[in-house]
Structure formats: C-alpha cells, structure tokens
Design a protein. Sequence first.
Length: 94
Amino acid sequence: MRIWLLLLVVLLSGCATLWKHSSGVVPIGDNKYMISTTIKGFEGSGAHAKADALKEGNEYCRSLAKTLSLISSDKKDMVLFTSDARAEITFLCE
C-alpha cells in the first residue's frame, strides 16, 4: 500500500512541474529579433512565459552592450488539456 501511495505522489508532483522551452533568440532582419517560449504544466501562464522571453532578450541585448526595445508581444495562458502557456516577443537591441 505504501509503495502505491508513494508512486501516486511522485506521479502527481511530476504533473505540477513546469517544463519550459525557448526558441532562443531568432534574428528576423534589420536588427530585429524574436523569441518564443512555451511552458507546460498546470501552473504555467502566458505572463510567466512572456517574462521568461523578456529576460532572455534582455540578456542577449546586454551581451551586445545594448538595451532591449520591445516592438510587440503576444501571450496565451494554458488551457487545461488543450494548449500550453506560450508567449512570443519581437524586439530590437539599441
């Protein structure tokens, strides 16, 4: 009985774990870049995905000794059993 309970706890904790994926910085021309992020898990949100993308974009621009200037962004929250949380940003490094 204890083994089954332990197995159930491990499986359920895995469902709540956030899994993140980023496209990385993608050049799209004229000093413009795009980053797309996806978060899988029950606690993922579009705002969280957007924040992760902005952090990654800021780090990239900082590595060029420049500042991120956001052009556009889009985010979608997770819909249970339908879609993951996601965000996409387009930006310049100035």
